[in-house]
Design a protein around this ligand. Structure first.
Ligand code: ZN
Length: 372
């Protein structure tokens, strides 16, 4: 793939298109770089790029630039400094505005990282803006996450403890020539002493502006292995088949009279413009869908493909977590979760992500608020 082709594909991914499915898995290591604003994440990223190239490895960078004018200046300076790599084919830098990512920052960053890994880069660095849900989601998609802090953060070490502790594989105290570095280091040490020694993240000191400590950090990164991708998934349970019919009056007797299925519920879902009949089919169910209006999605489906199997449905125990997981994997979710008349929560996954089948994913009892 040429640099130009890669740039075009990256733009397509940013615009919400899926990562090409014929792309090889790749061997590259995806590293998230996160931490509070002002910690020097961009400078550290730049220093890592230089160090990676010094070792004859290739690197792609996904940099998330805050769209706000206020904090953009310093990052821009680093971006320009990074441009000295611009004619180097072993370096590919993608800067993404926070407001620009169609389908969410975490999803887009993760998708770009997969694209770059598939394109064969040895390292993929994802540099994030700050510390929040996006960063936690990006960490979930990365092989390792660096949490960058600076001396003199005071109470902020507590804030890191709250949000970043779980996702940090390595801590970096950057700007380690600043006063207060010893205090920050001992605060970190005290904080980390609470975690079992085996999964205690190492703490590095760097001065990214002149490269101090970066080689030592790289010595560790270069020996990390990609995390296995087969993370245990949610509990799946086949739930029902959704069948589009022109007329319930005509279709229902086959199911009730001939097959002897029990009618569980009958309802009208206004926002979908559809009459729904739910039938018991052993441990599973059959759902008949009749359009109430010609502009109903079901009416359009019947017009295009005729009546018949419309979707298949799976039930999970934690829908928000399932959605995040699917999105990070590159699947397209068709809408925010909606509540069905039966009180259950549901979303649809685009058929393009699922072998041509429209999948409905539902959660029967809903307890946690969806925060995305
Ligand atoms: Zn359904």
């Amino acid at each position: 793939m040429t640099t130009r082709e890669l740039a075009q594909q990256a733009t397509a991914v940013e615009n919400g298109n899926p990562v090409p499915s014929d792309l090889p898995q790749g061997h590259g290591l995806i590293i998230g770089i996160t931490g509070p604003p002002g910690a020097g994440k961009s400078t550290l990223t730049t220093a890592l790029v230089t160090e990676i190239r010094r070792r004859d490895k290739t690197v792609a960078v996904v940099a998330v630039d805050p769209s706000s004018q206020a904090s953009g200046g310093a990052l821009l300076g680093d971006r320009i400094r990074m441009q000295r790599h611009h004619d180097d084919h072993g370096v590919f830098i993608r800067s993404m505005a926070t407001r620009g990512a169609v389908g969410g920052l975490a999803r887009t960053s993760a998708a770009l990282a997969r694209l770059f890994r598939g394109a064969g880069f040895d390292f993929i660095l994802i540099e994030t803006v700050g510390a929040g849900q996006d960063e936690i989601d990006i960490a979930a998609a990365a092989d390792a996450t660096l949490v960058v802090i600076v001396p003199g953060m005071g109470d902020d070490v507590q804030a890191i403890k709250a949000g970043m502790m779980e996702i940090a594989d390595i801590f970096v105290i950057n700007k380690a020539d600043r006063p207060g570095v010893e205090q920050t280091a001992s605060e970190m040490e005290a904080m980390l002493s609470l975690t079992p020694e085996d999964d205690r993240p190492p703490v590095f000191r760097t001065i990214a502006t002149n490269g101090t400590g970066v080689s030592e950090l790289m010595d560790v990164l270069i020996h990390l292995a990609p995390r296995p991708r087969s993370i245990p998934g949610p509990q799946w349970q086949a739930d029902h088949l959704g069948i589009a019919v022109r007329s319930l009056a005509e279709s229902l007797p086959f199911y009730t009279d001939q097959l002897g299925m029990k009618l569980l519920a009958r309802e009208t879902v206004e926002h979908e413009k559809v009459n729904v009949v739910m039938l018991s089919a052993g441990t599973s169910r059959v759902e008949l869908l009749e359009p109430t209006s010609p502009d109903s999605p079901i009416a359009r489906f019947i017009e295009k493909r005729g009546p018949g199997l419309h979707h298949a449905a799976m039930r999970v125990d934690d829908l928000p977590a399932t959605i995040r997981r699917l999105e990070l994997g590159g699947a397209r979710i068709l809408s925010e979760p909606r509540r069905g008349a039966g009180g259950h929560l549901y979303v649809f996954v685009h058929p393009a992500s699922a072998g041509g089948v429209l999948w409905e994913i539902i959660q029967d009892s809903y307890s946690a608020p969806h925060t995305n």
